[in-house]
Design a protein around this ligand. Structure first.
Ligand code: HEM
Length: 405
């Protein structure tokens, strides 16, 4: 008999530092019903199959419901209109075809080769600036000093957000990332704060979009000008949020894996050409996004069970990545694997649009850390983790060093 509380245990912060033994138990039942009716897919085959299944929907956000203010005009007139607009213009990660495909295609066109390559070069400069700031430090915190500031600057510059406005995006991005944690949606206080943050960032974006429509420049928001205002606002917010904590986690989880495998850290220092293979293995071994949620649109027979119509689904990408049938010695960190079909960026229709950015930001950060930190050592083992079970990563990653080169 399978344990139908395993997902609760995965969400329990006590298991945040190492959820992988729980994932191994979940894989014994490839699609497992939990006590609350949620179905969890955990083998590589089951997760891949459901990612590709058109009977599986990403439109699983509860309806927008801003908190009441006590002002009858705002509560009875303004609130229903704003809630309706929010619902009908969700970010495309929470939308199904055909709207999803149209919005996504517009964004993909903006990730031109030239723009991505220019930002790749720029990210090396940004990493150098951030590490130079450490001066004579004998300890750095990889999360706050490097992993956190880098992705926000990259995405703000791509979108065309003026640099003086950038600091407020750190707070906004961190707050809104909690909306990607399924349980946060049940917490009234978190939902109220998210609504306020969403309204603040929307008001900011709306002003910026007006300005860009009047004076278009060579940036993504100007390039997406054919979208309607509300879709453009939600798309810009999505790009900011989806690329932030995820990239922070890739750099932090990646550096953690290197500190735990010092031979690999040395090999990277001596041969930066190893970075792409290392990063693919990091995305498999300890991925920044551990799972994504969905909803069944029909009864779906799979792996000996039938997922009933309307059932909530959890696709455990990180468990699929440790499936022995897909990856021999799956629990071993082995950057020399070839042809890794990991699930770290999802798959199919919603495959991560920021994957090239994430890869080169992580490469710039990890190569610089390997080359510039003299005698780096992990200070806390394991490091403390942030609360999120889905977007999972260290709260801080303290590294002692004999100094920076
Ligand atoms: C290491 C960093 C990253 C990881 C691990 C990651 C992971 C993912 C995953 C797993 C998905 C699939 C979501 C699903 O199936 O529901 C996804 C989608 C997405 N990602 Fe990323 N991501 C990263 C960085 C970025 C960056 C830098 C951007 C910003 C440009 C970005 C933008 C997006 C968007 C817009 C989607 C939605 C795609 C769609 O619905 O069609 N991501 N990402």
């Amino acid at each position: 008999m399978s344990d139908d509380t395993l997902l609760d245990q995965v969400k329990d912060p006590a298991n945040r530092a190492d959820p992988y033994p729980l994932y191994a138990r979940l894989r014994e039942t490839p699609v497992a019903r939990q006590h609350d009716g949620t179905f969890v897919a955990s083998t590589h085959a089951a997760v891949s199959s459901l990612l590709h299944d058109p009977r599986v929907s990403s439109e699983n956000l509860p309806a927008a419901d801003r908190p009441r203010t006590g002002n009858p005009f705002k509560d009875w007139i303004v609130k229903p209109i704003r809630d309706h607009i929010t619902d009908t213009h969700r970010p495309f990660i929470f939308r199904d075809p055909p709207d999803h495909d149209t919005l996504r295609a517009a964004v993909m066109r903006e990730f031109s080769q030239g723009r991505v390559q220019a930002m790749r070069r720029r990210s090396h400069g940004l990493v150098a600036e951030l590490l130079d700031k450490q001066g004579e430090a004998r300890e750095i915190n990889v999360v706050d000093d490097l992993a956190y500031p880098l992705p926000v600057t990259v995405i703000c510059e791509l979108l065309g957000i003026p640099s003086e406005d950038e600091p407020q995006f750190h707070g906004w991005a961190t707050q809104l990332a909690t909306a990607l944690e399924p349980d946060s949606l049940d917490d009234d206080e978190v939902r109220a704060t998210n609504s306020r943050t969403f309204d603040d960032i929307s008001a900011y974006m709306s002003g910026l979009i007006k300005e860009k429509r009047r004076h278009p420049q060579d940036d993504m928001i100007s390039g997406l000008g054919t979208m309607g205002d509300y879709d453009l606002i939600s798309t810009a917010i999505l790009l900011l949020v989806a690329g932030h904590e995820t990239t922070v986690n890739l750099i932090a989880n990646g550096m953690l894996a290197l500190l735990r495998h010092p031979d690999e850290l040395r090999r990277l220092r001596d041969d930066p050409g190893r970075a792409p293979g290392l990063i693919e293995e990091m995305l498999r071994y300890d991925p920044p996004v551990q799972f994504r949620t969905r909803k069944a649109l029909a009864d779906i027979p799979i792996a000996g069970v039938t997922i009933p119509k309307d059932a909530p689904l959890v696709l455990l990408l990180a468990a699929g990545n440790r499936d022995e049938t897909a990856f021999p010695h799956a629990d071993r960190f082995d950057p020399d694997r070839r042809g890794v079909r990991h699930l770290g960026f999802g798959g199919s229709l919603h495959y991560c649009v920021g994957a090239p950015l994430a890869r080169f930001e992580a490469e710039a950060a990890l190569v610089a850390l390997a080359q510039r930190l003299r005698d780096p050592r992990l200070v806390e083992e394991p490091p403390p983790y942030r609360p999120g079970a889905s977007l999972r990563g260290p709260q801080r990653l303290r590294v002692a060093t004999a100094g920076l080169r």
